[in-house]
Design a protein around this ligand. Structure first.
Ligand code: ATP
Length: 237
C-alpha cells in the first residue's frame, strides 16, 4: 500500500543541536505505527518536525504527496496532520467542551462537528460527565483523554501522539490503551511515540526503534516483541 506519510533521510534539531540524523520511515493510511526507543533518542523531535514545530535541515517529509518541509505548522495542520503533544497541554482555563470545540476550530463551519463531539463523548465517557469542568482541574488521565479527543475533533488524516501514557497510573494507562485501540479501529492513521513499549506494540501494527537519532530496528509489532534485544531492553523479560 502506498504510504500516506514518507519521512526520508530527515535531519532535524534545535539550533546547532542536531537530534535526528537521517531518519527514514513511512506510515500507510489506516496504519498505527509506534516509535520507541530510549529517552533522548529523538522521538519527540521527529513528531515535532512532521508538524512543523522544529527546524528541518535535511531530508524530506511527504504527506499525501505534499512536501511538508518548510511549510508553516498552520498549513500542515490544514492538510489534516494533528498533534497530541506530550504533557497534554489542554487549555486549562477552558471547559472540556470548549477544548473539544477548539479541536474542531479548522472545521467550525462544518455542522458535522456536533456529530463528532457526540462520538468523542461516547468514546470517552469520563469527559461526558465533565463537559462543563475546567480542563485544568481534570486528573492526568482525563486530561490525556481530552487531549486525544481534541486532536480527533479535527478529523485528522494523520494523528501524531506523543507519550500518551506518560506519568499515568497503570489502571489509567490501560484505559488509554483501550481508547487508542478504539481509535485505531475507526481507521485513524497514527504515529505513536510511547515509553510503555509493551502497550505501544500491542496497539501498533509496526514499529521503529530510534536510538541516538537513528533508526536502529524496524518491523512488525510481533517481530519486535519477539526480538530478544527489544524484550531485554524494554519489555523487562
Ligand atoms: P524523551 O522520551 O526523553 O522525550 P525523545 O526520544 O523524545 O526522548 P527528544 O525529546 O526528541 O527525545 O530529544 C532528542 C534530543 O534533542 C535530546 O538530546 C534532547 O536533549 C534534545 N532536545 C530536545 N528538545 C530540545 C530543545 N528544545 N532544545 C535543545 N535540545 C533539545
Amino acid at each position: 500500500m502506498k504510504p500516506i506519510l514518507q519521512v526520508q533521510g530527515l535531519v532535524a534539531g534545535y539550533g546547532n543541536i542536531e537530534a535526528v540524523h537521517g531518519v527514514s520511515l513511512d506510515v500507510a493510511a489506516g496504519e498505527c505505527v509506534a516509535l520507541i526507543g530510549p529517552n533522548g533518542a529523538g522521538k519527540s523531535t521527529l513528531l515535532k518536525a512532521i508538524c512543523g514545530l522544529v527546524e528541518v535541515t535535511g531530508g524530506d517529509i511527504i504527506f499525501d504527496g505534499h512536501p511538508l518541509r518548510a511549510m508553516p505548522g498552520s498549513a500542515i495542520a490544514a492538510l489534516g496532520v494533528s498533534m497530541c503533544p506530550e504533557g497534554r497541554q489542554v487549555f486549562g482555563e477552558m471547559s472540556v467542551l470548549e477544548n473539544l470545540r477548539m479541536g474542531a476550530y479548522s472545521r467550525r463551519h462544518d455542522p458535522a462537528w456536533k456529530h463528532d463531539l457526540e462520538e468523542m463523548l461516547e468514546l470517552f465517557p469520563r469527559l461526558r460527565e465533565r463537559t462543563a469542568q475546567k480542563a485544568g482541574t481534570l486528573s492526568g488521565g482525563e486530561q490525556e483523554m481530552l487531549a486525544i479527543a481534541r486532536a480527533l475533533m479535527a478529523r485528522p488524516r494523520l494523528c501524531l501522539l506523543d507519550e500518551p501514557s506518560l506519568g499515568l497510573a497503570p489502571k489509567i494507562v490501560d484505559e488509554v490503551e483501550r481508547c487508542l485501540m478504539a481509535i485505531k479501529q475507526r481507521g485513524v492513521t497514527m504515529l505513536l511515540v510511547e515509553q510503555s513499549v509493551s502497550m505501544a506494540l500491542r496497539v501498533a501494527d509496526r514499529g521503529y526503534v530510534l536510538e541516538t537519532g537513528h533508526v536502529a530496528l524496524s518491523g512488525s509489532s510481533a517481530s519486535l516483541r519477539d526480538n530478544p534485544e527489544i524484550s531485554n531492553a524494554y519489555l523487562g523479560h
